[in-house]
Every structure is written in structure tokens, then in C-alpha cells.
Design a protein around this ligand. Sequence first.
Ligand SMILES: [Zn+2]
Length: 195
Amino acid sequence: MSAIDEKFDVIDDVFVDGIDIHSRGRTRNNYGPVLFVLSLALLEWDQLPPLWVTRKNPIGWREGQKDSLRYYRTVEEFAAAYKFGDYFQLLTLRRATDPIPLHFIDHIELDDPKRGVRKPDFSYFVGARAALGEASRNFPDLPIESHRCPASCNCEASYADVTEEEMKRLFAPRGVSTPHVEGLRTTTSTPSQAV
Ligand SMILES: [Zn+2]
């Protein structure tokens, strides 16, 4: 939460990218290595918070601007102007104070930085995947996959430049240790659309 979020009245909003930023930019997403791909079934959820779409990324908003300049006002206006792949038109769930249930996640993609630490012998990818499996243990059918990178993706090179401290923050916030990998799930589900 920040003063800017408060100023622009988005403090309780959940921003959702319509595209996979990692694939689009062919490099790691600075927000983190875990991608939750939401099912379009979420749109039919009867408790779905109001879904608004920004005209521009909020970093370009100005103080005192009307909502009509920040968000599309009608479905027709949205349909005419929305460009799939645009970084700046963000889908946002307004005042989403309750969590989005995990069953609306189609699958999870985790970056494989191809890095680890020697002592103890620890792979960031295996460790983070085990942690995700543990966190979603009540949803044993939820696929956890390595990120589907496009050809000539630069994420591995980008991760090579990340400090050890930052790698631990991104992949192993609870510390590095030999992960408990029993029951790990990996699948190759069919691609689905993100909302
Ligand atoms: Zn990549």
C-alpha cells in the first residue's frame, strides 16, 4: 500500500495483466517469478468485484482526473479501443477486499532461473516449486509448471545478474534448505487464456 495508491483510490484494487509480461518482454517480470494464470470462469463468479479497465497505466494518471479519463466507460468503448498486448490497459478488480479463490487459477507458471546455491545444495526452481505445491496442497489438481518462455527469451541471462540476496527474496523467502519434493506435481496442460 502506498500514498499514491490511496491518492488515486486504487488501494483495495487488484490489477490483472491481460498478457504474460515475461513472454511479451522476453525477460523476467520484475514483479516476481510466479505467474498465476486465471481461468475465464472467474468472469462468471457471482462475487466478482466490479471489473474496470484502465485507459493508461496508473503511473501516467494525474491528480484530480475524472474516472472517465482513467477507465473505459462502456463495453462498447472498451471493445473499440482495447489492444491485446498493450502494457498500459490494465484490468482491475475494484475494491477486491476478499481473496480470489484458488480454484479460479487455471495453472501456475514458475520461472526457472537455472540457479541455485551449493551449500546446502539448493535449486531455486525446485525449492520454489515445492513451496508453491505446499501452499496449494488443498488443490492437488492445480498444475505448477515451469514458465513457457518464448524463443530467445532473456530471462536466464537476466537472472544471472540478480544478487544472491534478491534471489532468496524472490524464490526462497523462508530460507534455502533441501525441499521436501514428495508429491510434486508437474503437468503439461493445454494453454489457456489469462484474464
Ligand atoms: Zn523466459
